[in-house]
Ligand binder design. Structure first.
Ligand code: FRU
Length: 601
């Protein structure tokens, strides 16, 4: 990650904070385990800002400190109020600063995957491309590395590889938390906010309101840097007693010259239409009973893809939490047709298609305004343990942007996901090894890198035997192992991270329920650690495959046969994996060609 913004952005004083009576930034010492205290900024009787902060109390050591920019609100100390703590105690803990040093290093922070500089991140939001710049917004808590205070954080890139942090784009407000959503570029000024305005759609979430979740608008006249909330908010409220109603995806439907919004509404997706982006009319609903849906649908996306043979279909992305085959959150999709009003899925309701077969791929949505390219960005974590993974100053990264494609297997259409080609900009020194052969009882060790810099890419052409298990284990001197193999008997590709390094944080004290997706109902499973497990994807095992693996300190992303299978899993090794042991327990397993390429920004 490029860090120009860190210089000006923030201070993390893990020890003591300088005591000045006033300054631009409040420096808040945070203890994540503490209850939230409410801080409000009020001026002239008006509430300008509300934040829930987990203040380290007298006598407690802070986990870290975070800044709050008072200048953004034109506010000073006199405008700050507290609920849940008396003023004197609060001010004895909080200090001020005008200058902000950078964030301490985090052992597991990836070298090139996008991460927030500090604080918590979940879903990617409002992705759009304009004038050569990709904008990535994300669910962001600036005041702790756990969920809360939802804002839209913001980063930009001209190549989908180098990301630059920008200031928070949309602030939590009196109306509620700023939940997930999308953006469009309104080139023709249909909304009246201005020609080329970037219009953001998000869900406001506020348990104190009549409708807890409503759809709202904010617009930007400076290409997505700052946003003004629309004074007619909310633009959409739920009907029919729907409880979960969120994550609006808006797109232009050219054949009828109209805008369409899809909102996840409990266990279905609702379609609305508008001419001006402000007034929305209900059209249809789709999804009840489709795929895996133990609870509500979340974060829809909807776009067209065309096969190499020229067949075009509509694809509906549906994120579900829980619902992942391996527990927690995951991304499924449905392929079908759309007539401008109603989506019809090609497959029967029971058919389940996953965009990624790992456990750390969620809330995946795509950039708008990228022409024929459909580029998706996943949140690389899982709601089961996202808030307790062993990073400190920040939590969660995005998986690499992936280009989606459409292919057919028999009569069914499927979506492939491949790392965008722009990632070749990360390539550093590279070497190729040919003809690595493993037979039963005789494995082959490949040294990946002597220098344990922790980010590399492997591209392999392999030939898998017709029986037994064959694959490779990533290892390090600390004894950590990530095992990836093809299992012929079960017809699977497996990634086992149960001995990958730090896994204890995933422990559960009791057995709990996960959903069995084969039968699409909940059943009790006897497992006690959400993290220490293997994930698998069905594949036609025997024969030739191409495999691309991206390893970046704390994550593996595997793409098989041009992304027909994608699998993304986090790992927290005691030190980076340096070696690869190629093995087979029965037949002859050959890696015809292995290209090892160091990755760096
Ligand atoms: C998905 C989600 C969204 C919601 C957001 C809140 O991860 O639950 O449905 O808008 O996170 O942060």
């Amino acid at each position: 990650m490029k860090k120009p913004f860190s210089v000006v952005l923030l201070i993390f004083l893990t020890l003591s904070c300088s005591r000045r009576p006033e300054g631009r930034y409040l420096i808040l010492p945070v203890r994540e385990a503490n209850d939230e205290i409410v801080l409000t900024i009020e001026k002239g009787g008006e509430t300008l800002y509300i934040a829930d902060i987990r203040l380290a109390l007298p006598g407690q050591e802070a986990d870290y400190c975070v800044p709050m920019d008072l200048e953004h609100f034109g506010a000073g100390r006199r405008d700050v109020r507290f609920t849940g703590i008396d003023d004197k105690t609060a001010w004895s803990l909080i200090s001020f600063s005008d200058t902000l040093p950078s964030v301490p290093a985090d052992k597991y922070r990836p070298k090139y995957h996008h991460t927030p500089e500090y604080g918590w991140m979940n879903d990617a939001n409002g992705l759009f491309f304009k004038d050569g710049v990709y904008h990535l917004y994300y669910q962001y808590n600036p005041y702790a590395a756990v969920w809360g205070n939802m804002h839209w954080g913001h980063s930009v890139s001209t190549d989908l590889v180098h990301w630059e942090h920008k200031p928070v784009a949309i602030y939590r407000d009196d109306y509620g938390h700023i939940f997930s959503g999308s953006t469009v570029v309104d080139y023709n000024n249909t909304a009246g906010f201005g020609k080329g305005a970037v219009v953001a759609f998000y869900s406001s979430w506020n348990t104190a309101r009549e409708y807890v979740q409503t759809q709202c608008i904010a617009y930007s006249l400076d290409d997505g840097l700052t946003f003004t909330k629309y004074d007619g908010n909310p633009v959409l409220v739920p009907f029919d007693g729907i409880k979960d109603f969120r994550d609006p995806k808006v797109f232009r439907y050219e054949p009828e010259d109209k805008w369409i919004m899809i909102v996840s509404a409990d266990k279905e997706m609702r379609f609305y239409t508008s001419q001006n982006l402000r007034d929305w009319e209900y059209m249809s609903a789709w999804g009840e009973g489709y795929g895996v849906q133990p609870r509500q649908f979340e974060c829809p996306d909807f776009f067209q893809l065309t096969t190499a043979q020229g067949e075009t279909k509509w694809v509906m992305i549906v994120n579900v939490n829980p619902g992942c085959y391996f527990g927690g959150s995951a991304t499924q999709y449905f392929v079908g047709d759309f007539d401008g009003r109603t989506f019809t899925c090609d497959s029967p309701k029971e058919t389940v298609k996953w965009l990624d077969w790992g456990k750390d791929h969620y809330a995946t949505v795509c950039f708008s305004n990228t022409g024929d390219r459909v580029i998706a960005v996943p949140w690389m974590s899982n709601w089961q343990y996202g808030a307790i993974v062993p990073t400190r100053y920040y939590r969660s990264a995005n998986a690499v942007p992936r280009e989606l494609g459409l292919f057919k297997d028999g009569d069914e259409f499927y979506v492939s996901a491949c790392p965008v080609p722009e990632l070749s900009k990360l390539d550093k020194e590279s070497r190729t090894v040919s003809g690595i052969t493993a037979v039963a009882g005789k494995s082959q060790n490949v040294k990946l890198f002597d220098r344990t810099d922790g980010a590399y890419r492997l591209d392999m052409e392999i030939n898998v035997p017709a029986s037994g298990k064959a694959g490779w284990r990533f290892t390090n001197a600390a004894g950590d192992v990530v095992d990836m193999y093809f299992d012929t008997a079960l017809g699977r590709f497996v990634m086992d991270r149960s001995r990958s390094g730090m896994v204890d944080f995933g422990n559960r004290s009791t057995t709990h329920e996960i959903e069995n997706h084969d039968r699409r109902k909940t059943m009790s499973m006897n497992y006690v650690n959400d993290f220490a497990l293997a994930t698998w994807a069905p594949v036609k095992v025997a024969g030739k495959h191409s495999v691309c693996i991206l390893y970046d300190l704390s994550s593996f992303e595997v793409f098989i046969d041009g992304g027909k299978v994608a699998m993304t899993n986090l790992v927290f090794p005691k030190e980076p994996y340096t070696d690869m042991e190629v093995y087979s327990d029965k037949g002859r397993f050959v890696i015809d060609r292995l290209r090892i390429t160091a990755q760096g920004l």
